[in-house]
Design a binder for this molecule. Structure first.
Ligand SMILES: [Zn+2]
Length: 426
């Protein structure tokens, strides 16, 4: 492949101008004039870019040939991003791209040039999963803030329910994190339901976020939607812990990172294939198989994530792939319950959407089985035991969450949805 003259000319300015054009029709909050500029100046210091930019330089040192074949000079400039988290996504996206490039004998891949990470502010059910958009020769892998927040809250609720909590909670006397080894031990022996009040406050946060309209700024909207739910169902005040604090454990953070990474790998799978929306079932299958391959062979940060888990290397990537599926299944199940619960939500979201999400989770599980059948590397019996254990607890946790949703009056959810519909950023 000759170097593509277009992607050679990409600059921070051309990326931001192209994104500004695309986002106007894609995210109503970021599409609001001057709003993104306001956010950028509010939340992004040069220091917040230091970690991800250093990680990018480490990738360049490890695989200089990839960077010689695929022009990514702009990726090393903080001006190329609206948010520093996009620079962190860029690292993960390039990890996946490098993994796929290695699987293709390190030959240059035109589709792997000009992939740009972007974050949108959608938190609702319709647009809060990652996607790919092509615009003016660039490829944007879009990660809505709602997707990563969903993963953080759902896994934090789960591990709190297993008795894991971070040392920096109110009342804690130490800021030393518990070791992963301690957490894995607790996860194995502790009963589910240990910190149900924390789990319930996290569930409420999740529901409010998923009901949110994409026309709203989540920071403003979600507390108001939670307030509406609680006003309609005051019984839920009982035993609810601090609503604003996400009690992440070390393991919940690992699970949400792994699931987010797998989701980005899947999107890079679509990019490598040259897929355009809407994707067919065959597109999804092949994107997933590429994502598994990239996920297994890319940079070794996962071993740090899973350190002290007792999982083998194969068990490690498999656990990441499972975390992605558990998150996606939870998303689909909660979405289906919400659509069933309130008529106005059903009208807004269309029944087919929720059905489709649940089916997507099941299809992804079949694709992982298929990948494993072909793979020369297999998990150990210990890996299988650990994953079965975590999964059985996660399934119990989600069953409780479904009961929690069913206990709400329709009016509570619709009151929250009304707030979502009315609130707009000005
Ligand atoms: Zn897909």
């Amino acid at each position: 492949m000759d170097k593509d003259p277009f992607t050679e000319r990409v600059t921070p300015e051309s990326i931001r101008a192209t994104w500004r054009h695309l986002v106007a029709t894609h995210d109503e909050v970021l599409g609001t004039p001057n709003y993104a500029i306001f956010l950028r100046t509010q939340f992004n210091s040069e220091a917040s870019f230091a970690g991800p930019l250093a990680a990018l330089r480490a990738r360049e040192r490890a695989d200089p040939m990839f960077f010689a074949q695929h022009p990514y000079g702009w990726a090393f400039n903080s001006e190329s991003y609206d948010f520093s988290v996009e620079c962190a996504y860029q690292v993960r996206i390039l990890d996946a791209a490098i993994g796929m490039w290695k699987a293709l004998d390190q030959t240059p891949q035109a589709h792997l040039c000009g992939i740009v990470a972007r974050q949108t502010l959608s938190s609702g059910l319709l647009r809060a999963t990652p996607s790919v958009r092509h615009e003016s020769g660039l490829t944007f892998v879009i990660c809505p803030i709602g997707w990563n927040e969903f993963l953080a809250w759902i896994f934090a609720a789960f591990t709190a329910d297993c008795g894991l909590a971070r040392a920096d909670e109110p009342g804690s006397t130490t800021d030393i994190e518990p070791s992963r080894g301690d957490e894995w031990r607790k996860m194995r022996i502790g009963p589910i339901g240990t910190a149900r009040s924390i789990a319930r406050s996290h569930w409420l946060h999740l529901l409010a976020a998923m009901i949110a309209s994409e026309k709203c700024e989540s920071e403003v909207l979600i507390p108001q939607a939670i307030g509406a739910i609680l006003k309609e169902v005051p019984a839920f005040f009982d035993g609810i812990a601090d609503l604003s604090l996400c009690h992440e454990s070390v393991i919940s953070r690992d699970m949400s990172y792994l699931a987010a990474e797998m989701a980005l790998s899947h999107e890079v799978g679509h990019v490598l294939r040259g897929d355009h929306l809407p994707n067919t079932r065959a597109d999804e299958t092949l994107a997933d198989l590429l994502a598994h391959e990239a996920f297994r062979s890319s940079w070794g940060w996962r071993s740090f994530c899973l350190r002290e888990s007792g999982l083998s290397d194969v068990g490690g990537w498999l656990f990441g792939a499972q975390a992605f599926m558990w998150g996606m299944n939870a998303w689909g199940l909660i979405g289906a319950e919400l659509v069933d619960a309130a008529p106005s939500l059903r009208a807004r979201w269309r029944r087919a959407l929720a059905d489709d999400m649940t089916k997507r989770g099941a299809a992804a599980a079949r694709r992982l089985d298929e990948y494993l059948r072909r793979s020369p590397q297999q998990p150990t019996p210990d890996d299988v035991r650990v994953m079965d254990l975590v999964y059985s607890k996660f399934a119990l946790h989600i069953a409780e969450l479904i009961r929690f949703i069913r206990a709400f009056d329709t009016s509570a959810l619709e009151a929250a949805a009304d707030i979502a519909a009315l609130q707009r950023v000005t």
